[in-house]
Ligand binder design. Structure first.
Ligand code: COA
Length: 172
């Protein structure tokens, strides 16, 4: 059952059967260059498990990004709760398989998550935590209407916090 559908993509919950396809994304050193390290197979299994726990606890998490044309799992995108400066924030996160970069797939999914977040959750803002060097991710944040809000240390590394604020209560 998809949670979100866009022109080219479906977002649905991860299952334990997604390990191999997700490893093509999260075990790739280039894709994970702004993370401490690429994930090994146990790391990918844990990633899926953590998100399945988030679905149960919060009703959302990172979802599997599926290309409608081929039915392939090609990334993830979704909403996760993070604590920043002592406040609970909802982050929009995204990763796309490297051979598909540059086609606007992450912004397509992220925009749909932004609208879903403002519709379904009572939050005034949605954020993305982005390493300052990660220009592709910054571009995705800008394309979904975010701008730089503040800078924080997060998991011992400097991060820019991009944010989009609920524009008008009647809009959602
Ligand atoms: C960030 C990411 C999800 C963007 O996905 P995408 O579907 O390629 O998004 P877009 O097509 O809108 O491209 C965004 C930017 O990526 C860069 N980009 C595009 N094609 C690229 C390519 N082939 N190689 C490297 N960078 C590329 C460009 O800066 C582009 O911005 P522009 O449209 O202004 O030129 C993808 O690069 C990725 O998975 N990166 C690794 C994971 C990651 O860093 N996630 C975010 C953590 S905060």
């Amino acid at each position: 059952m998809p949670i979100i559908e866009t022109k080219r993509l479906l977002l649905r919950e991860f299952t334990s059967e997604d390990v191999e396809a997700l490893a093509d994304i999260l075990s790739d050193p280039e894709t994970m260059r702004f993370y401490p390290s690429p994930l090994d197979q146990i790391g990918v299994v844990d990633w899926i498990e953590r998100n399945r726990l988030r679905y149960k606890k919060d009703g959302h998490g990172l979802w599997a990004m599926v290309l409608k044309l081929t039915d392939d799992l090609i990334g993830d995108c979704g909403l996760t709760a993070q604590v920043i400066d002592g406040n609970r924030e909802i982050e929009i996160g995204y990763h796309v398989r490297r051979d598909l970069w540059g086609q606007g797939l992450a912004p397509e999914a992220a925009l749909a998550c932004r609208d879903y977040g403002f519709r379904q959750l009572s939050v005034d803002r949605l954020i993305s935590l982005i390493r300052p060097e990660n220009l592709p991710s910054r571009r995705v944040a800008e394309k979904m209407g975010m701008s730089l809000w503040k800078q924080v240390m997060w998991r011992n590394l400097p991060h820019n916090v991009f944010a989009v604020f609920r524009p008008n209560p009647k809009m959602y």
